[in-house]
Each structure stands twice: as structure tokens, then as C-alpha cells.
Design a protein around this ligand. Structure first.
Ligand SMILES: [Zn+2]
Ligand SMILES: [Zn+2]
Length: 238
């Protein structure tokens, strides 16, 4: 059977068994690392990639990660032509600033030119593609494989943004009846998972009270982080 997205069976199976609070976040961390290495590697010498880098470029967040990744040589090579393109795109508005007729209007144009330059991101795009493949594979496997259903129910669930993405893709991966069953299984899993994290967070706040100092942590010493990253994704794209 052909599917809309390429299936990512192995990473999804590994992830669901990993007992992470959101294994999609973990996979996205890897996806980001891979994309950063891709653009700092030899691929950027490929003329097609170079054109894309110069025209589409990267969002500020990923540009910042690229430059901090410890590859000054690759970054310099890649950025030389990108920088040139930015200068070219700003030339007109810089000339206007130099000879202003209406400062407010020119300032708006400058802002628009910069927004346009920061609009695209090759790394966000690559990550989004992978995210969709992972989030599609989850309901797909759930519909096909009873063992996966069991592993899904025993897992720690997902962060809220990734749960939302999985649910968006579920109707594309499953027939209507199975999609409803999956929706129900997801709700049960997530309710349980949110309750567990809420309890751990409560336990943590109790533990900070002086009378409870000597009690064991019961694995709740990082509950504040787990609660935060249950609500927001570890790794974001635009
Ligand atoms: Zn997540
Ligand atoms: Zn980006």
C-alpha cells in the first residue's frame, strides 16, 4: 500500500519504546542536528544548494545555531554569497534612507525587506518534512500493528504541539473508523500522561517545603522541566 508520506517505522518504534516524555521532540533534535551538519558540510558547494541558501536562506534561530556550530570555514564560505545577496536586496532601500523623502515610509520598506529576507528557512523546511513523516507513521502503525498499539499505550505520550500534529495527520493515515479509535487511544494516553506530570510537579513543590526535605525525590527532581516540555516542544520550527 502506498502512503502519502514515507514511513519512518524504525525510528518511531525505537522512540515509542524509549520512555521519553515526547520522543518526537527527541527525533526533531536529531533532525535539527542532521540539517545543521548538512548545510555546514560539503553539500553547500553544490550549485543548486548554494542558490537555495542565497535565495531562501535560514530563519534567525537556525542562522544563529549554524554560526555557533564550530565550523567557521564552512560558515564563511556559505555566508559570503548569502551576505552578498542580502546587500544586493537592501541596496535600494539603503539608498532611499540616504536620501529620505518620507522617513516613516522608508523605515517601513526597510522592515519589509528584512522580513522578506528572514521569511524562509531551509532547515525549518527539512525538519517539517521529517516531522510529518514521523507524525504520520504513528497512527499508521497503530492501525496496522497490535504490538505497536500496546507500546503506544505504555509510552509516556507526547508534548502538546506534537500530539496536535499527530492528530492532524491521523485522518490521512487511517480510515474513518480506525481514526476515531486512535483518537480515543490518544486522549486516554495523553490524559494519563498529563496527570502523571501534574502529580510529579506537585510532588516537587511539596518536596521544597522544609518538613519534606528528607523525603525521597521519587524521580521528581526534574518535574518542572518535564512539565514545561510537555506543554511546548523542545525544538521548534516556524
Ligand atoms: Zn514533542
Ligand atoms: Zn529555521
Amino acid at each position: 500500500m502506498s502512503t502519502k508520506y514515507q514511513l519512518e517505522t524504525i525510528p518511531v518504534w525505537d522512540g515509542i519504546a524509549s520512555q521519553s516524555e515526547c520522543f518526537i521532540c527527541d527525533l526533531m533534535q536529531e533532525a535539527q542536528k542532521d540539517s545543521i551538519s548538512f548545510y555546514l558540510g560539503s553539500s553547500v558547494m553544490n550549485p543548486e544548494t548554494r542558490v537555495k541558501v542565497n535565495t531562501i536562506g535560514f530563519c534567525p534561530q537556525h542562522t544563529s545555531i549554524l554560526v555557533q556550530s564550530g565550523s567557521p570555514n564552512s560558515m564563511a564560505v556559505m555566508w559570503e554569497s548569502h551576505f552578498e545577496e542580502t546587500r544586493k536586496q537592501l541596496e535600494k532601500v539603503l539608498n532611499e534612507l540616504e536620501h529620505p523623502k518620507n522617513v516613516a515610509k522608508t523605515a517601513r520598506k526597510l522592515k519589509e525587506a528584512l522580513d522578506l529576507r528572514e521569511h524562509g528557512c531551509l532547515i525549518c523546511d527539512r525538519m517539517e518534512e521529517r516531522l510529518n513523516r514521523y507524525c504520520f507513521t504513528i497512527p499508521y502503525l497503530w492501525g496496522q500493528d497490535m504490538q505497536f498499539r500496546e507500546a503506544f499505550a505504555k509510552s509516556k505520550g507526547f508534548c502538546l504541539p506534537h500530539m496536535a500534529r499527530i492528530m492532524e495527520l491521523a485522518p490521512e493515515a487511517l480510515d474513518a473508523k480506525t481514526a476515531k479509535d486512535f483518537s480515543c487511544a490518544m486522549a486516554e494516553l495523553q490524559k494519563r500522561s498529563l496527570e502523571r506530570v501534574a502529580h510529579d510537579l506537585w510532588y516537587m513543590t511539596e518536596h521544597y517545603k522544609s518538613e519534606n526535605r528528607d523525603k525521597p525525590w521519587n524521580g521528581c527532581e526534574d518535574a518542572q522541566k518535564r512539565a514545561v516540555y510537555k506543554e511546548i516542544s523542545h525544538i521548534t520550527t516556524r
